[in-house]
Design a protein around this ligand. Structure first.
Ligand code: PMT
Length: 432
């Protein structure tokens, strides 16, 4: 049986002259026993008709994001989840640029954003367009995001130019895809497998309260919304979720195991207790860095004539750094260890401080957010962030513009899942 047999391949076709070759590729994939679904951009339909691809793939072809009929069949999110591999052939310069910048302005780009499986593309364009610094920059960004680029090939082009830019022949793409599958034998079983199925995600959320006396405490403005959004999305992605929550006024998301804590020390105990069976640990809580050195047994009283009061604070443990350090030791000992994701709440030099925290706290990834921007960060329903993670010997980053916290949470989780799958080497999902 061919290594591609039974695989769910979503073939994306964008608008270039090489689009006609997608028909041959579809035939090769079908002959190998793949289940092929096709998504075409508007431009692609100028070069080859959806009807041709429908006849060859044996499935309805998807062309529009806002097609109620198609959505009533297999909706775009369902289609994105269904795909084990997204193969785009041809991938034009414009499509590469849109994907490199995280756009979701048509069906194909939206499917790519909503999918966390294996991503492969075969670029095809005029040689000058391929050589352009912008395309080269986009190609590097896409590779760093997890895309595998096949080609382009060199030679004579449809426009008469000669050089690198033409799409690899369908047979070469097919053979490279087969090799990719062979290299990644533990492919997730075909079917609607959610990307976080079988994983346990532990998330800290909300503020901590550091008691001064029985009625007063030191705290901060965290509402818990970001952490709870992460918990909600992690459940939607199929994970088992444990939420270690500081005091907040939010309902527990359905299906989530919630552990309520008050102080940083309580949060640390709960976090360390979760280490053993966590695959991903996300520290989103705004943990107080200091706590009163002593908690008065009785309510503190004003003294007559007292204009000032001095409180001695003592340093709280750095919870996420401790978790990351344990995880690192386990990894070194060849034991299972969680992927550790921290947050950095900054008001200036955001990326610079976040890079420092990523390295100093030995995190696998950090979510840097500027908490000085009105309407974002603490307490609001929206947020913007830059994700930073280790990629080979450098630090890669992905900026996510202001969006609802739920949408940001999904992006954070998809990136974390990619890093987790890569770390544990469990199959093509590691490609992203
Ligand atoms: O709760 P919301 O109102 O929705 O607001 C969301 C948020 C702004 C709180 C969230 O997006 C965020 O930025 N959370 C991290 C807040 C924070 O404490 O950042 P920090 O840069 O001070 O800490 C860096 C990392 O170390 C964080 O992962 C933090 O959880 C962790 N930490 C910090 C101190 C400490 N003693 N122990 C820790 O584990």
């Amino acid at each position: 049986m061919h290594s591609l047999a039974g695989r769910h391949i979503l073939l994306g076709i964008s608008g270039g002259i090489a689009a006609y070759k997608a028909a041959i590729l579809t035939r090769l994939l079908k002959k190998a026993g793949c289940d092929v679904r096709v998504a075409m951009t508007e431009g692609a339909q100028a070069f080859i008709t959806p009807l041709t691809l429908q006849a060859l793939s044996g499935n309805p072809v998807h062309t529009s994001l806002l097609d109620p009929e198609a959505e009533a069949g297999m909706g775009h999110i369902e289609l994105a989840r269904w795909a084990e591999v997204i193969l785009i052939a041809p991938a034009t310069a414009d499509l590469m640029a849109r994907l490199a910048h995280g756009h979701a302005d048509d069906l194909l780009t939206t499917l790519c954003l909503a999918n966390s499986a294996c991503w492969v593309m075969a670029p095809a364009m005029n040689q000058a367009m391929w050589a352009h610094p912008a395309t080269q920059r986009n190609a590097r960004q896409l590779e760093s995001d997890g895309w595998t680029l096949l080609g382009p090939d060199s030679g004579e082009q449809a426009c008469g130019d000669v050089g690198a830019g033409r799409m690899l022949e369908p047979e070469a793409i097919f053979s490279a895809l087969s090799t990719l599958m062979d290299e990644l034998p533990a492919l997730a079983p075909a079917g609607n497998v959610l990307p976080a199925a079988g994983l346990t995600v532990t998330i800290t959320a909300g503020p901590t309260r550091e008691a001064l006396d029985p009625v007063r405490y030191l705290s901060n403005h965290s509402s818990g919304k970001m952490g709870y959004a992460l918990a909600t999305e992690a459940i939607a992605l199929g994970a088992k979720v444990r939420l270690i929550s500081g005091p907040v006024a939010l309902p527990t998301p359905e299906g989530v195991e919630r552990i309520d804590v008050e102080s940083a020390l309580e949060m640390q105990t709960a976090a360390e207790g979760a280490l053993d069976d966590s695959d991903i640990f996300i520290g989103c809580a705004a943990v107080a860095d200091f706590r009163p050195a002593e908690i008065a047994t009785h309510k503190l009283k004003k003294q007559a004539g007292e204009a000032q009061m001095h409180v001695v604070l003592t340093r709280n443990p750095d919870i996420i750094a401790g978790i990351a350090s344990h995880s690192h030791e386990r990894r070194m000992a060849g034991q299972p260890s969680p992927l550790v994701v921290g947050f950095a709440a900054e008001t200036r030099d955001v990326i610079c401080y976040a890079r420092d925290k990523l390295t100093r706290k030995r995190l696998d990834m950090i979510v840097a957010n500027d908490v000085s921007t009105p309407g974002l960060g603490f307490g609001s329903d929206s947020n913007a962030a830059t994700l930073l993670w280790h990629e080979h010997d450098t630090i890669a980053q992905q900026a996510i513009d202001a969006c609802p916290k739920l949408a940001l949470a999904r992006e954070i989780l998809l990136r974390a899942l990619t890093l987790h799958h890569r770390k544990t080497d469990i199959g093509p999902r590691k490609r992203r």
